[in-house]
Design a protein around this ligand. Sequence first.
Ligand code: ZN
Ligand code: ZN
Length: 348
Amino acid sequence: FAVVQIDTARELEDADFLLESYLNLARSNEKLCEFHKTISYCKTCLGLPGTRAGAQLGGQVSLSMGNAFLGLSLFQKALESFEKALRYAHNNDDAMLECRVCCSLGSFYAQVKDYEKALFFPCKAAELVSDYGKGWSLKYRAMSQYHMAVAYRLLGHLGSAMECCEESMKIALQHGDRPLQALCLLCFADIHRSRGDLETAFPRYDSAMSIMTEIGNRLGQVQVLLGVAKCWIARKALDKALDAIEKAQDLAEEVGNKLSQLKLHCLSESICRSKGLQRELRAHVVRFHECVEETELYCGLCGESIGERNSRLQALPCSHIFHLRCLQRNGTRSCPNCRRSSMKPGFV
Ligand SMILES: [Zn+2]
Ligand SMILES: [Zn+2]
């Protein structure tokens, strides 16, 4: 559909319509985890001749681009795009856009393991919904509740996680929102796994998997398989775990998500160690370190990797990320990575 739209726009020589068509193309590729394509369509959008509508859509283009960079585990670029989108939202009083960016930032910080920020941003999104969202689609409320559920689970507040996830699922079911239903099922399964209730977790992973497959969310499938593998490891069924990991690794490589590849190598490592498979073990260790380097998740101050365990992080205006404790201890006035001046911390 989006392709037909572009042809029509070209014929009509309508710049706004053309921009919108490219944005639609970018978004549908984002849903299918075609992140490189998403980024290239977003760049096309940003390169089109400027119009008034163009300035309004700029924020949405940046958001989509940020989501795609996050899909590729390019964290600094993702953060840069989210900051841009947030600036657009503030300059244009666009609370809807701000709400969506906050949800994406929640997912960003959940991945780099600053769980306090992973909760803060979706809570902010929920606040925006209750302050301005009377006329908005309920999907904004559902989205913020889902991201809150994820953060609560990571923080170990399983009761709150359950409540938020149930609220989000209720709306997703009412609206027939399949992508969100799949995410909620995955979150339910993770909550049950965190409780040690594998019996309840497995069927939810199965249901999540079948919807993710149906809608083509391959990154979602990777996350489901990661959860399934962890369940099998808890049950000491290592061969079944390896099976799930292998499938997940293929999918993760296909979509180019480095963070999942890294997590999967880490799981394989522990399995190979307990099975005494030295050669395989070494291979996974090597690949693990390659992935760490490719994600560039290092704190430029202490040199340790970011995202190994829950710790508070701070981004500078250049979008480089550091441990909050390292920045406080060093009190730097310019970014240790790129030397750009950073008198005040960035607002994300
Ligand atoms: Zn550090
Ligand atoms: Zn920097």
